[in-house]
Ligand binder design. Structure first.
Ligand code: F6P
Length: 828
């Protein structure tokens, strides 16, 4: 139902009795109602007017009641109270012959007397004598069965608001995360307690959370660090509870938030991304470094025996569970990481990214891949322009085009439907779409939609790849999608020329218009290549190649294969993580608490810092997720393999993870020996509930196997050193409830943000790739040399000894290769 429909329905509800509305009232045209007699028209018109008038009158009457009722109740109760207290001392005054309610009424005399009396009791009870009298009195009261209960309850409540904080009063208002992640409860700190365990001491607070006004509630023992302390007095807290939450202030700050200058809370200076100071020079970095050395002394098996710690390191969001309890980290580590995040201005940097600021400063570009999956009505600006409508124009165009191809209304040059798609592209124009395609193949819904269709990718320039790609395919039923952000990448253009030649040769040059489309930011070059600009799908310079899978780069080939509706789910999954990552409440929570406590919304980002401690990561996956490895390799290693800070200052520490992995148990039969007994390599395990959960392996890495255990198992003495596993090897588990388009989108966004956060912390530019550019220019130099040697016989020069020797040898042995091949069509 649209919003308009809902509005109409609402109007009908208000004005016309439901029983009289025909089912199709909303859609009825004037002519369809003309059979109804004119008198009934008049009748229903009068009825409607009468109902409107009645509805108006009743609304106004209720408004009057709503305003007058609290005033009347307040006066009534106040008057009753004054009267009651006035009458409290009436027997005394009666005795003195003063009739306070009679003819010589001295209104308020009894009230004043009562107040004075209460005041005097206060003074007396504060004295030693008063306290002794009270103790004796209480002793008697507590002996009386029912009375003792009434007395203790009333005493607790009055103690709660007692100005004497040495009593068992509510000491402070507290907000705790309860009853589950993402929800909070108001409570009162009543006392603190030190919990002594084998791992050390921990201070806990007793937090009383009222469940039925103030009289009944639960007591929680919570680590002092996990308590949020709002800027509210105990009295204000009690008011909130008694009013059922109605008196809660619209904006609440925590006490520690006071130390954050107001300007930093919601405004970020737009000049520079961060100060040029390196993160390694900050105190939080040094603290964390020292802490890391310290934590290494505690074996993971001991850390894992602390259920409370493990529980706090398990988070869940929108169907994804993240368990980082097998990281060499304690709650204290997480705190220190928050401090580090603060020092790195992480929050500001994320905010700037979503705000479309040109945070890719070396290329002077915004970084807005999040806009590619934003809902249609979102507003994300780049240079003051909302980019979301442009994104959706392209998505709509893809939807329309892919539907035409899929339903056979767009056919090839010979009139046959195009059931095969070859997507040519390399790097970011290939790896992301390949990952999603491979993962979608096991989603039953997606594979149903892909029935009878085939999607292939062509990236490499080895002629064998081309041959493999076109083997068994006919150009008549094939659509080629050339994907290149720049439309200049040598490998892609060579492959594009090759397939253009393949199509032209079989179907004639005019067939190219029907059989080739493009995805690029460079529409001029697309046209020059010979592809109709109407058949080009744009994206923008604010989308980095490796972050482009949600642009037409991935959406077009995937929609052709699975239909747009499936791809839209994938975009929605990624968007869910984006919103979570940037949500206002997260920002508020994070800033207000100065990142002091582990909040759920932040935790996804935490794990990457933890991995960072040892700077390496590896992924172990389900077969269907196999292609995430190469994709993450590019996203992570091309983004964060940097040697200078964003300001160009050489970094005295190493950046970048080395990511590698294998799907399923292939890794077990390949490199797991090394991760068990060789180097320590932090691992990410991605599991899917409906498939498998490789938890046994994570535990093996964490716990290991000791010599004592082996002895008990009667293992031969000389084999014990070989069969011993040190354990203490960190890993992370991401568990997805299923592997469908939505979850794949979520997974993609989690890794993209993880990489961005790492870069933000290290203070580098994760969005340029000058290292790759160097590789490209070196390749060009070599290509020019080979061409000059082959066509003009020029000697190899300008290279070092090794390269010169190898190039010369290559030239000698490949004398039959053409100078600069225009295509790579297999020579059959
Ligand atoms: O899409 P293009 O321009 O062909 O570039 C392909 C890839 O080349 C790189 O620039 C370097 O590998 C990547 O970032 C990019 O994804």
């Amino acid at each position: 139902m649209t919003t308009r429909d809902m509005e109409i329905e609402g109007d009908l509800e208000l004005l016309i009795p439901v029983a009289e509305i025909p089912q199709n009232a909303k859609c009825r045209t004037p002519s369809s109602s003309s059979t109804v007699g004119s008198s009934s028209h008049r009748l229903s018109g009068l009825e409607a007017i009468s109902k409107v008038v009645r509805s108006w009158a009743s609304k106004k009457f209720m408004t009057g009641c709503v305003i007058l009722l609290p005033i009347a109740v307040t006066f009534y109760i106040t008057w009753g109270f004054v009267h009651f207290v006035d009458g409290f001392f009436s027997p005394v005054y009666d005795h003195l012959g003063i009739n306070i309610f009679g003819k010589y009424n001295i209104a308020g005399l009894g009230f004043a007397t009562s107040i004075t009396f209460i005041f005097l009791v206060g003074i007396f009870m504060s004295s030693w004598l008063g306290a002794s009298v009270l103790t004796i009195g209480e002793w008697f009261i507590k002996k009386m069965p029912l009375v003792s209960y009434i007395y203790s309850s009333s005493k607790q409540i009055s103690a709660a608001i007692s100005p004497d904080q040495t009593t068992n009063a509510f000491k402070e208002v507290a907000i705790i995360r309860h009853p589950r992640i993402g929800e909070y409860a108001f409570g009162f700190i009543t006392s603190t307690v030190i919990l002594q365990r084998s791992m050390g001491e921990e201070e806990l607070c007793c937090v009383y959370v009222p469940t039925n006004h103030l009289y009944v509630g639960d007591i929680f023992l919570i680590s002092t660090k996990d308590i949020l302390r709002p800027n509210l007095s105990v009295r204000e807290g009690i008011e909130i509870i008694i009013s059922g939450g109605m008196s809660v202030p619209q904006i609440m700050t925590t006490k520690d938030a006071q130390t954050i200058p107001a300007a930093r809370l919601f405004k970020y200076p737009s000049s520079k991304m961060a100060s040029s100071a390196l993160i390694c020079d900050t105190q939080p970095w040094k603290n964390l470094k020292a802490h890391v050395e310290d934590i290494k002394k505690t074996h993971l098996r001991d850390l894992l025996s602390d259920t409370e710690r493990c529980n706090s390191m398990m988070v869940e969001f929108d169907g994804i569970v993240l368990d980082y309890s097998r990281q060499q980290a304690t709650v204290d580590t997480v705190d220190k990481l928050y401090n580090l995040a603060e020092a790195a201005h992480l929050q500001e940097k994320i905010h700037r990214m979503f705000n479309g600021e040109r945070i890719n400063s070396t290329e002077n570009r915004s970084v807005l891949h999040v806009a590619l999956r934003a809902p249609r009505n979102a507003v994300i600006n780049s240079d003051g322009k909302n980019v979301v409508p442009d994104v959706w124009n392209v998505l709509d165009k893809i939807k329309e085009f892919s539907e035409r191809v899929r339903n056979g209304s767009w056919v090839g040059a010979t009139g046959k439907p195009l059931t095969n798609v070859i997507a040519i592209g390399i790097g970011g124009s290939f790896l992301g779409p390949l990952f999603v395609h491979t993962a979608l193949q096991t989603d039953p819904e997606a594979s149903r939609f892909a029935k009878g269709r085939q999607l292939q990718f062509l990236a490499n320039v080895d002629p064998i790849d081309v041959a493999k790609n076109i083997a068994g395919l006919s150009p008549e039923t094939t659509l080629v999608v050339v994907v290149s952000k720049t439309f200049t990448t040598a490998e892609t253009m060579l492959n594009a020329r090759t397939l253009r030649a393949w199509i032209s040769k079989e179907l004639g040059p005019s067939a190219v218009a029907k059989h080739m489309v493009a995805v690029s930011t460079n529409l001029t070059l697309v046209e020059k290549f010979g592809i109709d600009p109407n058949n080009a799908f744009a994206f923008w310079d604010w989308v980095g190649g490796r972050y482009s899978v949600c642009s037409a780069v991935g959406v077009l080939p995937l929609s052709l294969q699975y239909g747009f509706s499936i791809v839209e789910k994938f975009l929605k999954g990624a968007s869910s993580i984006d919103q979570h990552f940037s949500s206002a409440s997260f920002e508020k929570i994070f800033l207000e608490n100065q990142a002091a406590s582990g909040t759920f919304r932040f935790v996804e980002r935490m794990e990457c810092f933890i991995s960072w401690i040892s700077c390496k990561s590896h992924l172990t996956l389900l077969p269907s997720l196999g292609e995430i490895c190469p994709h993450i390799q590019q996203v992570s290693m091309e983004s964060n393999g940097k040697g200078v800070s964003i300001d160009g200052v050489p970094l005295p520490f190493e950046t970048g993870e080395i990511d590698f992995g294998e799907p399923g148990t292939n890794g077990q039969h390949s490199f797991y020996q090394l991760i068990h007994q060789g180097r320590v390599i932090p691992c990410d395990f991605i599991g899917v509930v409906k498939s498998q959960q490789p938890v046994y392996l994570e535990d093996a890495l964490a716990y290991g196997k000791t010599a004592e255990q082996l002895q008990k198992e009667n293992v031969q003495q000389h084999l014990i050193p070989h069969k011993t596993f040190s354990g203490n090897r960190p890993s992370l588990c991401i568990l997805l409830s299923s592997l469908d388009a939505y979850r794949i989108g979520q997974l993609l966004a989690i890794y993209e943000h993880r990489v961005a956060v790492q870069g933000f912390i290290w203070g580098i530019n994760s969005f340029d790739q000058w290292g790759v550019e160097l590789g490209k220019s070196l390749a060009t130099q070599v290509r020019k040399q080979l061409n000059a040697s082959r066509t003009k016989g020029e000697p190899v020069e300008g290279f070092n000894f090794s390269t010169t020797t190898m190039l010369t040898r290559y030239l000698e042995e490949s004398s039959d290769v053409p100078a600069d091949p225009q295509t790579l069509l297999p020579r059959i």
